[in-house]
Design a protein around this ligand. Structure first.
Ligand SMILES: [Zn+2]
Length: 292
């Protein structure tokens, strides 16, 4: 008897832990690098990225294993072959894409590009409504390739440094309304939930019922950015829009951000377990058409 009680006591935390561990997560916002493009720098919260590209890849991979992240949309760069079954390949875009439309369509047909983005138009002084994206959006609509659009802000002061044409005002999701009208069947998600424009994201989602968003940096950046997150989620819940919000970690070169953002989303007590499961997994299954 005593032994069986001890056994049961031992079992409880194990069961609790393994159940948490089993629940799958889809991350719609991952970034990849190459040996050349990888960089070591402190993140907004002061954590330094891993010292080498190999170490970075392996830390991302173990983080995904630890939290049972079964799929991840990745913009550009490479991971090891062991990640192949998890990666949903995207294409990193700023201004004019790196491939022409003929190559783009071929890559789409071959399944080598499954998401158009992350599109960082804002960083080069543009919005998705700029005509340079039009022929690509037409292909995306035709093949039902989701567009992943960066919205909201950027690293403080970025316009003084690497992105002189960056403007905060270009991160307003309402600026893409013409695109939504022109390509009514285009699948699109508003990355970072519009950042400071999160209320406009909700308005856009309310008016256009096929528009989704991800949480991205809102789940792990501290200070100003974190102020918007809870308000966005509370309002989305009130507005019945939680079923179109997806978990995306946007760790960039900082693998710890995956863990931090999962814990952050888990910590909101006003969200039910079901709300969280939808954000972590089911909404992305629906949006990315992953039902098997
Ligand atoms: Zn990103």
């Amino acid at each position: 008897m005593k032994n069986s009680i001890i056994f049961l006591l031992l079992l409880i935390p194990i069961i609790g832990k393994s159940q948490d561990g089993i629940k799958p997560i889809i991350d719609v916002h991952l970034h990849g690098y190459t040996e050349q493009s990888y960089f070591v720098a402190p993140s907004g919260d002061g954590t330094l990225s891993p010292p080498s590209f190999d170490e970075f890849k392996s830390q991302i991979e173990s983080m995904m294993k630890k939290y049972n992240i079964v799929k991840a949309v990745n913009s550009g760069g490479v991971y090891d072959a062991s990640m192949n079954d998890k990666i949903i390949p995207g294409i990193e875009v700023y201004g004019k894409p790196s491939v022409d439309t003929v190559q783009f369509e071929k890559l789409v047909q071959e399944g080598k590009i499954k998401v158009f983005g992350e599109v960082g138009a804002q960083y080069v002084g543009l919005t998705l409504s700029d005509p340079i994206y039009e022929p690509y959006l037409r292909i995306c609509e035709q093949y039902q390739i989701p567009v992943a659009l960066h919205t909201g802000g950027g690293p403080p002061g970025v316009a003084y440094r690497e992105a002189p044409k960056f403007r905060l005002s270009l991160g307003d999701p309402l600026l893409i309304e013409d695109v939504i009208i022109k390509y009514p069947k285009l699948k699109i998600y508003i990355m970072h939930a519009g950042g400071n424009y999160y209320e406009n994201t909700l308005t856009l989602m309310h008016n256009y019922e096929h528009v989704y968003s991800d949480l991205g940096i809102l789940l792990w950046e501290e200070g100003m950015v974190s102020v918007w997150t809870e308000d966005f989620l509370r309002k989305a819940k009130k507005a019945n829009l939680l079923d179109r919000i997806m978990y995306g970690s946007d760790p960039m070169v900082w693998p710890h951000a995956i863990e931090k953002s999962i814990q952050q989303l888990d910590s909101y007590e006003f969200l039910t377990e079901e709300d969280k499961r939808n954000i972590f997994y089911y909404n992305a299954v629906e949006f990315l058409n992953l039902k098997e």
